[in-house]
Design a protein around this ligand. Sequence first.
Ligand SMILES: Cc1cc2nc3c(=O)[nH]c(=O)nc-3n(C[C@H](O)[C@H](O)[C@H](O)COP(=O)(O)OP(=O)(O)OC[C@H]3O[C@@H](n4cnc5c(N)ncnc54)[C@H](O)[C@@H]3O)c2cc1C
Length: 372
Amino acid sequence: MAEKTAVDVLVVGSGPAGSTAAAYAAMGGAKVMMIERRSQVGVPVRCGEYMPSNGEIVNMFPSLRDEDSLFDIPARLKCRETLGIKLVDPKDKVTVLDMPGYTVDRDAFDKYLAERAVKAGAELVTRCDFEGIEDGVAKTSAGDIQYRVIIGADGPGSRVARNLGLGRNQNPYPAVTAQVKGDFEPYLVMYFGDIAPGAYSWIIPKDGRANVGVGCSPRFSRGNVTDYFDRFASKRGFSEHSRVCGKYVPSEGPIPATVSGNGMLVGDSAGQVISVNGGGIPLAMIAGRIAGNVAAKNVSSSQPLQDYETQWREIMYKPLRTAAFNKKLADMFAFRSERSTALCMALLGKRRLNNLIRCKRLFPRRHLLRCL
Ligand SMILES: Cc1cc2nc3c(=O)[nH]c(=O)nc-3n(C[C@H](O)[C@H](O)[C@H](O)COP(=O)(O)OP(=O)(O)OC[C@H]3O[C@@H](n4cnc5c(N)ncnc54)[C@H](O)[C@@H]3O)c2cc1C
């Protein structure tokens, strides 16, 4: 990279949010650079690698349009079609929910999205760490970058957010994952509360393999997430597994504002994650497309960046707020002990658990106000 580079749009981070934003900004005619601090896009994998089907994504976000062009994932990247989710309570009672989806290898998936951005005209620079903003210029480990618009897609602990003076994710929780070999049924299996209060674990099937992992809320779980992973692995008989990798998952829904001056935040950096299950890939891509389009139009015809805030909120805010509220209810009533987790899951029953995973209301609002 030259000593001082000048671009229209600088995207920080090459996860699903950054690559999608870079692709759409480049397709809109902007000169785009996407920087990534890792040496390889998508490596190491720190994800459950599950994607709901396009129909399920629209079910969660009914105002979303043109989903097929956004989630145009080639068949070769899909490891396994899945039929649904099995929710298992601490007493091993199973509730089966239909929810078609598929699993991917996140490293290949992220590489595909980054290549899509490069094909559209964006420049990708790896091993380039964003350090901060000084006098409107981005300082990076590879030199200064002058930009007209900056898009922060740098994950849950976003440095871009801090530099733009935007809020940070509150109470993110740690989650770790690894790969195991074996044949698994075509269902995601999610265990709640069986290794510790406030902790959950999963088995997500792939082709002759599975992604297995654990997430835990520090508010209820006294232990360390990697110790919980060991407990889970030994309980489920996964004596051999790949290296355990993890990161933080935003848990309280979107941050209050995602635009400041000539900067925007997308994906995990903006808290665009479903609080009740930690899913964030589809949301990162939905927001990435909007941010990329708005950035290109800002450069070509001064469209206000604030339109990004309006447009993503129209599609995602209500379901995300509902999911964050449902997560608060779960924290208040369910996650305290094995007993309360089992009781709450039994009380909710299949219909409400279906609503829970699809970001829908559990109870009519007036009913809730009476209870709280
Ligand atoms: C254990 C675990 C399991 C999960 N399972 C699922 C799942 O099954 N399905 C699902 O939909 N979601 C899942 N999620 C959530 C999902 O991984 C995220 O929501 C998604 O990756 C968000 O995409 P993003 O592009 O916003 O951020 P990221 O994918 O985190 O990408 C951010 C990128 O920015 C780079 N970066 C960070 N700082 C800098 C810097 N200073 N300079 C340059 N580059 C930087 C990082 O290296 C990274 O490549 C899971 C999360 C975890 C932790």
